[in-house]
Design a binder for this molecule. Structure first.
Ligand SMILES: NC(=O)c1ccc[n+]([C@@H]2O[C@H](COP(=O)([O-])OP(=O)(O)OC[C@H]3O[C@@H](n4cnc5c(N)ncnc54)[C@H](O)[C@@H]3O)[C@@H](O)[C@H]2O)c1
Length: 258
């Protein structure tokens, strides 16, 4: 077995949401695995301190601006070897916090923007005959844990990724999805402001007895961008400390009578 297969040495990998909690761990992990990383985010200040070979700036809620920035990048540099579509956002926790505008915003950032980001890159990858895409969805896209508009968008990423896998596979383009469980990143800050003990309430749901950490999500993304996964496309991988395996709370509360 050639262990170099599991790295991304010399590959160019574009990571969106590079300045966020998972994004920063992605940049570091991909650098350690040998990649040249292009960081994408809303503005330059978010990318400060990252070891990047380049950057692309856009507001992913605006599909025209997103597509235009990516097309400028492609015209100058050509298609990256891989993309991790990682940018995401949610605030509307429950159905009663939704209205048409909130629904449209969360769909735009999480689904429409991911399409606008990846569509021109996929065309360039297909013309070259190779490329790997990784979409950072969520366990919310697999089962209901709140955040309904975000969840619908994250489920949409799974369908979109499968479309790419099926329709662009003959052109050498692969697409896979990672569904993280709860990860302590700045995305949780607003919940901690409301309830400083919220993370204690999260833990009893997770079979591993802990949340996953950003580097664990990044490790799975490296695998999907590496040649070790060359036969894998159209899949959905939870990185969720076992949440999707079953209902630990039911086992503990009902069957063990804790
Ligand atoms: N943290 C979790 O518990 C968790 C769980 C499952 C899935 N996820 C997903 O993982 C990904 C990374 O999340 P995170 O926890 O690192 O969150 P984060 O808030 O720390 O980072 C999100 C990143 O996305 C960028 N972003 C947000 N809106 C944008 C926009 N309109 N245009 C461009 N960029 C924008 C932010 O600037 C930031 O860099 C997201 O897609 C999120 O949905 C997170």
């Amino acid at each position: 077995m050639n262990s170099a297969l599991f790295g991304v040495d010399g590959k160019t990998v574009l990571i969106s949401g590079a300045g966020g909690g998972i994004g920063r761990a992605m940049v570091q992990t991909f650098r350690e695995a040998g990649a040249n990383v292009i960081g994408a985010d809303r503005d330059e200040s978010l990318l400060e301190g990252l070891d990047l070979a380049g950057q692309v700036l856009f507001d992913q809620a605006n599909p025209k601006a997103t597509r235009a920035s990516i097309e400028r990048y492609l015209a100058a540099h050509g298609a990256p070897d891989a993309v991790v579509a990682n940018a995401g956002f949610t605030r509307a926790e429950l159905l009663e916090q939704l209205d048409d505008d909130v629904w449209a915003d969360e769909m735009a950032i999480n689904l429409g923007g991911a399409y606008a980001l990846t569509d021109p890159i996929i065309a360039a990858m297909a013309a070259r005959g190779s490329g790997s895409l990784v979409f950072i969805s969520s366990v919310n896209g697999l089962s209901h844990y709140g955040n309904p508009a975000y969840a619908a968008a994250k489920a949409g990423l799974i369908a979109y990724s499968k479309a790419i896998a099926v329709e662009r596979g003959r052109h050498g383009v692969r697409a896979n999805v990672i569904c993280p469980g709860s990860v302590r990143t700045p995305a949780w800050d607003h919940r901690l402001v409301n309830d400083p003990s919220v993370l204690d309430n999260v833990l009893p749901h997770y079979p591993l007895g802990r949340m996953v950490v950003p580097a664990e999500v990044a490790n799975a993304a490296v695998f999907f961008c590496s040649d070790a996964s060359s036969g894998i496309t159209g899949t959905v991988l939870p990185v969720d400390a076992g949440l999707m395996a079953g209902n630990l709370r039911f086992v503990d509360d009902v069957l063990r009578g804790k």
